[in-house]
Design a protein around this ligand. Structure first.
Ligand SMILES: O=P(O)(O)O[C@H]1O[C@H](CO)[C@@H](O[C@H]2O[C@H](CO)[C@@H](O)[C@H](O)[C@H]2O)[C@H](O)[C@H]1O
Length: 694
């Protein structure tokens, strides 16, 4: 049987409205004004700080937007002229959002990495202006002769454009003659005004006047993993750790931890993040539950980096050797997992830096060095680095360390507390590393105020931890999702971790299993990147009294977990996480962020959002639409009406469309208003795929 395969164009972009390329010609310009003939403002993608550039990831559906208008009521059009890193030029027609705000938009997906350039070109759309007026006036018998003659002149102007296909020019010439022919009735002339072929020709090659060329901007396109991925975090020392007869625990190693890789991969995760893997300080080592006294056998916090065994370039001897680490990275890659390493720029008191480079620390008047803090947290087992004492020396050392791990196959770094170090330093480091390898990704662990958090992203961090963990109610989530998918999306890519070793929110502590389930569903579908710290799947929800983190925290001790027994007993969320990751892989709309749109329900705990990706931007040419309806009250069953703006995926309001729940398999026919009932104790969220549509 013959099969047909859709072949995608091998260009560096995909577009919802690409036009044949035409040279840019500014027909009117005045050097004595700032504003162009057709004013354009608020171009996007953009960043709030001059000197920096917006970014996207390869394959991201980027809405290129601008606000453009002109005096009076003649119609305008707007083009996006795009230049790929290789210098290929393309032209894309923006559509009016018709929201009364003069906003225009086109979706383009750059698929090639590198620096792109783009600009907007606005123009008087002379055919559209005439068509609009002629349609009304000729039909009403007002100025019909005048309209017909204006049309003929317009068509002949188009005929003179040699770049138009010959068939189109002939059609226009004939149409102009008929408009002028007094034997042709006004009713017949109206058919010319409404001729779809003529309209299509002018849509592809508009008849332009007053062409205004906007400023040219840069857009940095980074690799897909910079923006998309399912992350899993585990402590390698816990994986394969064994309790000995005397009650002590023998550390896991890279070799034993490697035996857990198939299970992490089978859950569908893409990135495995490891907390620091370096020697841990002996002096001031913390004991269990963040106590200041460690007991024999306590392994200490991995973030207390450095001992006589070495510093940031060394593997903790308990974990194995550098060769073992390299083998671990290779095995992970064979399972489709990329390793993310921690980059925590601080030192335990016995780190070699402390004696070799005392100038890298701040010595107090009494000769001591103050320990690190991230108020209200106190890190008595580490010294912070003073980046201003020897900036060059510190830069050289950190670059050496990063290069060292890159040489072992690491291309992702989770940076600890970057907001406690100078922004300038990060701008330099990330740019320097990108020059050497543009595939390296830095994730900022900056739980701080919005301004420093956002500036770290603008300065170059490819990804950022976010406030997601603390946004739990419907109202909070709506505000958060609206912000990350639009306001900050040109420069900040949030990773929606559901938990971390430092964060066990009250919502999880008291929400029971429904809370774990619904949070995972929202993170995996709302975030293009999301993450899970090991133990989440076992619903570990007991906090250390007075803190927002797990009791008997893995940061200070080995954690021996029986994954298989939990799963066999039905006490594991792993099957659900696996399904979520399968859904993410099967649905390209979910591997996007900027396409998230909030919809509505009548209930204060039912959150509704959808993600749509047009077929023009998907690899197989099929549109993909997912609707998520989530009950964020983990203590109840809720029923309500859900209201959708179905036009976002091309369905006329009121028309029916079929959906399938990707978790339960249930199928329904929906319209723009639908009844839902979500029982938190059963299935707190619908993840609905809109079946076959254009
Ligand atoms: O300050 P954050 O909440 O962003 O947390 C990150 O950095 C902390 C310091 O590196 C780190 O804290 C852990 O390591 C410290 C140093 O060993 C130790 O004193 C803390 O008790 C321990 O929580 C935290 O894990 C990291 O995510």
């Amino acid at each position: 049987m013959a099969t047909t395969t859709r072949t995608r164009p091998s260009k560096a972009w995909r577009s919802t409205a690409e036009l044949p390329l035409r040279p840019a010609v500014a027909w009117q310009s005045h050097a004595d004004t700032t504003v162009g003939r057709i004013p354009m403002t608020l171009p996007r993608p953009s960043v709030p700080d001059p000197g920096f550039r917006p970014s996207a990831f390869a394959g991201e559906a980027v809405p290129f937007r601008v606000t453009a208008f002109r005096e009076g009521h003649d119609l305008i059009g707007v083009h996006l002229r795009l230049f790929s890193p290789a210098g290929e030029e393309s032209l894309h027609r923006l559509s009016s959002l018709d929201d009364g705000l003069d906003r225009w938009c086109v979706l383009v997906s750059p698929t090639a990495q590198g620096t792109w350039r783009f600009r907007f070109e606005a123009f008087g759309d002379d055919f559209a202006t005439w068509e609009h007026a002629a349609d009304l006036k000729i039909a009403a018998g007002v100025d019909a002769a005048l309209m017909r003659e204006s049309g003929a002149l317009l068509f002949l102007r188009a005929v003179a454009e040699k770049s138009r296909p010959i068939a189109e020019r002939r059609r226009l010439e004939a149409a102009a003659a008929r408009l002028r022919d007094s034997a042709v009735s006004d009713l017949a002339a109206l058919e010319i005004v409404r001729d779809p072929d003529i309209a299509a020709g002018f849509a592809a090659r508009p008849l332009q006047s007053l062409v205004t060329i906007g400023e040219t901007f840069d857009l940095l396109v980074e690799r897909e993993r910079a923006g998309v991925g399912a992350w899993y975090e585990f402590f390698p020392r816990s994986e394969g750790a064994t309790r000995l007869k005397d009650g002590t625990v023998r550390s896991g190693t890279f070799r034993t931890a490697a035996t857990r890789l198939p299970a992490v991969a089978a859950m569908g995760f893409d990135v495995l993040y490891l907390p620091p893997i370096h020697p841990i300080g002996e002096r001031n080592r913390k004991g269990r539950n963040n106590t200041l006294e460690s007991r024999p056998g306590d392994p200490g916090s991995p973030w207390a980096i450095g001992s006589a065994a070495g510093g940031h370039d060394t593997v903790h001897p308990d974990l194995g050797t550098l060769d073992d680490f390299r083998a671990f990275v290779t095995t992970a890659a064979a399972h489709g997992l990329e390793i993310a390493l921690d980059l925590a720029l601080q030192a335990a008191p016995d780190h070699p830096w402390v004696t070799e480079h005392p100038e890298w620390f701040t010595t107090l008047p009494d000769g001591s060095i103050a320990y690190a803090e991230n108020p209200p947290k106190k890190y008595q087992d580490i010294y912070p680095i003073n980046f201003d004492n020897d900036p060059e020396g510190i830069r050289t050392e950190v670059l050496r360390i990063v290069r060292h791990w890159m040489a072992q196959g690491v291309k992702i770094f989770r940076v600890d507390n970057p907001h406690t170090k100078p922004l300038q330093f990060w701008e330099w480091l990330i740019a320097t590393v990108a020059d050497e390898d543009p595939d390296v990704v830095f994730l900022a662990e900056a739980f701080t105020r919005p301004a420093p958090m956002q500036r770290l992203a603008i300065a170059g961090f490819q990804q950022s931890y976010s406030y997601f963990t603390w946004r739990n109610t419907k109202v909070e989530l709506e505000e958060f999702l609206g912000e990350i998918s639009d306001e900050t999306s040109d420069f900040m890519r949030p990773n929606l971790f559901v938990n971390t070793p430092d964060i066990l929110t009250e919502y999880l502590q008291y929400g029971g299993r429904p809370a774990y389930r619904v949070r995972a569903a929202i993170a995996a579908t709302a975030g293009a990147s999301y993450g899970v710290y090991a133990g989440y799947e076992l619903y570990e929800n007991v906090a250390r009294p007075g803190s927002e983190e797990n009791i008997d925290n893995e940061k200070y001790e080995y954690k021996l977990r029986d994954w298989a027994a939990a799963e066999a007993a039905g006490d594991s969320l792993a099957p659900f996480l696996t399904r979520l990751n399968e859904i993410r892989r099967a649905h390209p709309a979910l591997r996007q962020l900027r396409n998230l749109r909030l919809h509505w329900s009548d209930d204060d705990a039912i959150l509704v959002y959808a993600k749509h990706l047009p077929g023009a931007l998907t690899a197989d040419g099929k549109a993909d639409t997912i609707i998520v309806v989530a009950n964020v009250d983990p203590h109840s069953a809720r029923q309500t009406m859900v209201h959708l703006d179905t036009r976002q995926w091309g369905v006329t309001p009121g028309d029916p469309f079929d959906v399938v729940d990707l978790v339960t398999g249930a199928e329904w026919t929906w319209t723009d208003h639908n009844f839902v009932r979500l029982d938190a104790f059963n299935e707190p969220a619908h993840i609905l795929h809109v079946k076959e549509h254009s």
